[in-house]
Design a protein around this ligand. Structure first.
Ligand code: FO1
Length: 323
């Protein structure tokens, strides 16, 4: 079975571990979000691609869900000693090697998709990881400008500054995938979607992760026209995000932080099935009324067994909507 998964960061990566366990024979292609990418110290950092690569490759810092295990921060300390910022983004020494190799290969003319393939040759994640595009897209978030004085204006900050430095503690008025309009799907993305038997939207952030992937011209259309089951898992449980601060960016795009609202946001033109957590069983009827098959199952990714069960439920629902 050929499965395509649109994955963002931590939630997507953890779900993929369960999917691999639930469907060990499947051929899994992951279309990775690159809107979180940031250029720091002259290096290109791809947080969501690295989270998938490290998580499935066995190098992830398990509690954080990002960065490497057994990390040290000597280079970061030395950069700070030179007064070279930013200090709010925690790049570790082992992680720096990934960004140096990536930046060196891009400088030599390799597209991000080829670079990602090369990095995965070391990590062997057991899935094919393709960036959503080889073109540069960076998600920016519009917030109040603290320097603009009373009733002042707003400014756009890089997603990572909003997410990590500001801890999403201020209102987000808009989320902008800068560069999306001119971007093309990376080589292999549309082919993987066209050849898929099932397409899954994991419990990643529906705005800045899955939403950004869908903003690459051609990807949303290819999924809608693929003619195969598209099944998603709600990242919102009990009207709150399981992890991260998805509710902040959902508000920015006018979507209520509920499992049913996120399903409606993706729409029945895209989604055939939607899994909500058992605490949201009351919303199953509402989602089904929107033309999307819905089932309430445990969605807390507490351990591999739980995530494997979720993945199995998603594949079962896919089998039912296909019929
Ligand atoms: N997330 C944080 O909350 N704090 C950090 O200092 C941080 C550093 C970091 C370094 C490399 C990397 O690949 C990811 C990193 N993240 C950090 C996670 C990053 O913000 C992700 O983009 C989000 O978690 C959303 O996926």
């Amino acid at each position: 079975m050929r499965i395509v998964v649109l994955a963002g960061g931590i939630g997507g990566a953890r779900f993929l571990r369960g999917l691999q366990a639930a469907a060990p024979e499947a051929d899994i292609t992951v279309i990775g979000n690159t809107g979180d990418d940031i250029h720091l110290f002259g290096l290109k950092v791809c947080p969501d691609l690295d989270t998938v690569m490290y998580t499935l490759g066995g190098g992830i810092h398990e509690e954080q869900g990002w960065g490497r295990a057994d990390e040290t921060f000597t280079v970061k300390e030395e950069l700070a000693a030179y007064g070279v910022g930013p200090e709010w983004f925690g790049l570790g020494d082992r992680d720096f090697a990934t960004h140096i190799v990536r930046t060196q290969m891009i400088g030599a003319g390799y597209p991000l998709s080829a670079v990602t393939e090369a990095l995965c040759a070391r990590w062997k994640p057991g899935v094919r990881l393709i960036p959503m595009t080889d073109d540069r897209i960076e998600t920016h978030v519009v917030v109040d400008d603290p320097d603009a004085g009373p009733g002042g204006g707003r400014k756009a900050v890089h997603f990572q500054e909003y997410w990590v430095r500001l801890r999403a503690s201020v209102p987000a008025y808009a989320v902008l995938p800068v560069g999306a309009e001119g971007a093309k799907p990376a080589p292999g993305v549309l082919e993987a979607i066209g050849e898929a038997d099932v397409i899954l939207f994991p419990p990643s952030n529906p705005v800045v992760s899955v939403g950004t992937i869908l903003a690459v011209p051609g990807i949303r259309e290819a999924i809608a026209e693929a003619g195969v089951p598209v099944v998603g898992l709600s990242p919102i449980v009990g009207d709150a995000p399981v992890r991260g601060m998805a509710d902040k960016v959902l508000a920015a795009v006018g979507v209520e932080a509920t499992a049913a609202a996120v399903a409606a946001h993706y729409g029945s033109g895209l989604l055939d099935g939607w899994l909500v957590d058992t605490v949201d069983a009351g919303s199953v009827a509402e989602v089904e009324a929107a033309g999307i098959r819905c089932r309430a199952v445990p969605l807390m990714m507490t351990d591999l067994a739980a995530t494997t069960a979720m993945a199995r439920e998603a594949l079962t629902l896919a089998g039912e909507v296909r019929a």
